[in-house]
Write a protein of this length. Structure first.
Length: 463
């Protein structure tokens, strides 16, 4: 009798759990799911790219062996991050969803139903005030956010939070959402990235549903718009944004915005919008100082039930100086390392575990990986030239590698769709979305293709 992929996978997990330290199992494999099978290949969805690489590297062969034993035939397993299965405009959170075709204006995820059920799914559960450490880097931003949570629409409207990547802007804005929902469970809270806002607007224009689009956004009590620096030069989006903003503001509804720079420095954003952004309060978030970094580590350790002694925390806090996200990455890596080597976490272990992380100081955000580099590597893999990919030429031979390059740029660099399009003969952002979706579905349907893309990706990430 044939087993389904998930049956095979749960047998495999059962077997491996007996052979592996509990902590490692919990860290890496617990909760993973088999999502598809292609011939003799099982595709398993795991929480992040980091998990995918790690599991593949360390446990890949062993898992394959067990799967082969369970099914009685040669089986291979590939791992994929759950986040790559959707268009990753908003990591971890998906919110004001596009209405399904033919839906009524108030689709449930955008505006809660008339009963006022809020869309909790739109906020990251971990991003609460409780879990946010206040330091001198974010004092004003936190105080303002708390004030807004207590008095939405009345204290600071809009609240504009700005600062570098990975410093807690999204966390704080979600915290306000949670606090408001806790007090008024019927409140209509919507979180949207600027790109989602733009994509939805474009879709509504194409489908002639802009009225519904407007209504949907204008019925919201708290609107959280993340990363407004992506508004750059998108005139129709700015126009619509301006009107949405005014409608909410006039109705006394709260708006919170985040950006990587202050309103005045937003290039290509029209003056009247900049001045709206400055109406309320503009607060920045900086990199936490050493003491705050230690406090954040202590908090994370306490929240996740870890024991990290002072020496180790001191080492991590000194080594990670680019963002809070880097700090978190270091802890995850250290945990993984310790469970794998079955060694206690101590300073020596921390040093060797974090060697790579620290040497390239947050390699993922470092400028070394560029769109050009990605285009070149993809061109090489598909045997075409990078210049051809960047051109307007439309030959069949170029279609797939061009789509893959766009997909990888989005995945690895988090560039805006417009900017990605510019690097490929000035293609517009809807072409870019289309390309990315194509790749995503091909990844699901074609194992050879998926392997090829993963190989290119790993090569780029490890370079
Ligand atoms: P940004 O939106 O500024 O790029 P995020 O809000 O996504 O950054 O934060 C990056 C990570 O760092 C998140 O996991 C967040 O929970 C964490 N973080 C940032 N600042 C703090 C803080 N002060 N206390 C606790 N966690 C923080
Ligand atoms: Mg953010």
């Amino acid at each position: 009798m044939e087993l389904t992929p998930s049956e095979v996978w749960s047998h495999v997990l059962g077997l491996v759990q007996e052979r592996m330290p509990e902590l490692s199992f919990r860290t890496w494999l617990h909760g993973t799911q088999a999502v598809a099978v292609h011939g003799s290949e099982i595709l398993v969805e795991v929480p992040s790219d980091f998990h995918a690489e790690w599991i593949e590297d360390r446990y890949g062969d062993h898992l394959k062996e067990l799967a082969t034993r369970v099914t009685g035939q040669e089986v291979s397993i590939s791992f994929r991050s759950a986040s790559t299965s959707g268009l990753r405009v908003a990591p971890e959170v998906a919110v004001v969803q596009p209405p399904p075709p033919g839906a009524t204006p108030s689709s449930p995820s955008a505006t809660p139903d008339p009963g006022g059920r809020p869309c909790h799914g739109s906020l990251n559960e971990r991003y609460t005030f409780d879990r946010f450490v206040v330091g001198n880097n974010n004092q004003l931003a936190t105080a303002a956010s708390r004030a807004v949570a207590e008095n939405p629409g009345r204290s600071y409207n809009p609240l504009f939070l700005y600062g570098g990547v990975g410093l807690g802007k999204t966390h704080l804005m979600h915290a306000v959402g949670h606090a408001i929902l806790e007090r008024s469970p019927g409140a209509r809270v919507a979180y949207v990235t600027t790109e989602q806002f733009m994509n939805e607007l474009v879709r509504s224009i194409q489908q002639a549903t802009t009225r519904e689009f407007r209504q949907r956004f204008r019925q919201i009590d708290l609107l959280l718009v993340d990363d407004v620096h992506f508004l750059e030069r998108k005139d129709s989006t700015q126009e619509e944004f301006f009107h949405t903003f005014n409608a909410l503001y006039d109705a006394g509804k709260q708006v919170i915005l985040t950006s990587d720079r202050p309103p005045k420095e937003l290039p290509g954003v029209e003056e009247r919008l900049v001045s709206r952004f400055e109406w309320g309060l503009v607060a920045d978030i900086k990199m936490p100082d050493y003491e705050t970094r230690v406090a954040i580590l202590q908090k994370k350790a306490a929240d996740d039930g870890l024991t990290l002694d002072d020496e180790v925390m001191d080492f991590i806090a000194r080594s990670c100086t680019s963002s809070v996200r880097e700090l978190e990455g270091a802890v995850i890596k250290l945990l993984a390392y310790s469970s794998l080597r079955r060694e206690e976490i101590n300073l020596a272990l921390a040093r060797s575990a974090l060697e790579g992380v620290i040497r390239d100081g947050g390699a993922r955000t470092a400028p070394r990986l560029t769109a050009t580099r990605i285009r070149e590597r993809v061109a090489e893999e598909w045997g075409v030239t990078s210049a051809d990919l960047a051109s307007k030429r439309r030959t069949r031979q170029l279609t797939v590698p061009r789509q893959v390059a766009m997909y990888l740029i989005k995945e690895l660099l988090d560039e805006s769709l417009v900017r990605i399009g510019e690097g490929f003969g000035g293609r517009d952002h809807s072409t870019v979305i289309h390309s990315i979706r194509k790749v995503e579905s091909a990844l699901e349907e074609d194992a050879d293709f998926a392997r090829r893309v993963i190989r290119v990706r790993q090569h780029l990430e490890s370079a």
